[in-house]
Design a protein around this ligand. Sequence first.
Ligand SMILES: [Zn+2]
Length: 227
Amino acid sequence: MSDFRFLKIENLIIELEDYTFKQLHIHHTWKPTHRNFTGDNYIAMQQAMKNYHTISLGWSDIGQHLTLFPDGIWLTGRPFDIIPASIKGWNIGALAVEMIGNFDIPETNIYNELGYDKLEGRQKEEILKLMRYFIDKYGESSIIFHRDNPDAGKTCPGSSLNKSIMIKEAKELDYNKLHWGEDYYNNLKRKGIILDEKRYDDYLTRAEGMALVDKVTNWVIENFISK
Ligand SMILES: [Zn+2]
């Protein structure tokens, strides 16, 4: 049994109203990466992180308050009223978020055999929404990237993430503008049956239609028939 809870951003924000924070701490996990996420192993991944933090590092609980998965799903970790193990010296008053992924620019920094990821799609939208909540309530200075701490010695949450651009994106975020096709795109991409980049409102060509049927057929055979 775990105490981890799935939360939608709307409900998360309602819960956060019961607390006063000074900072939003944003991390990437570096390991695990998107490659470790199968589409439904949220609890297993969270439990593995908790085990690492409690058993290997000797902490009292999982370090972060929240984990943000590649598909934009939020899962709670440490209770919100308990100080996180987030950024040494800056933990009091912080809400700590770990985004699953390695967002370093590929082939830079320390080699990660689990690969490099892009912060995009629902995962990006969700962190921007939480950033927006903090910006509106506590100001831009409340947004803290792990690497902002001079003692961090890390690129966390990844060298591909530009904080000032993300703050700008968060401030410009229009919740109603998100395309209804985004979830389908991300689900198909994760299953390896996506055809092309996002062209939500384009027609499917005959070739794309055939390719899609072929990919789906192969995926069904691999996952259901050959086992
Ligand atoms: Zn970090």
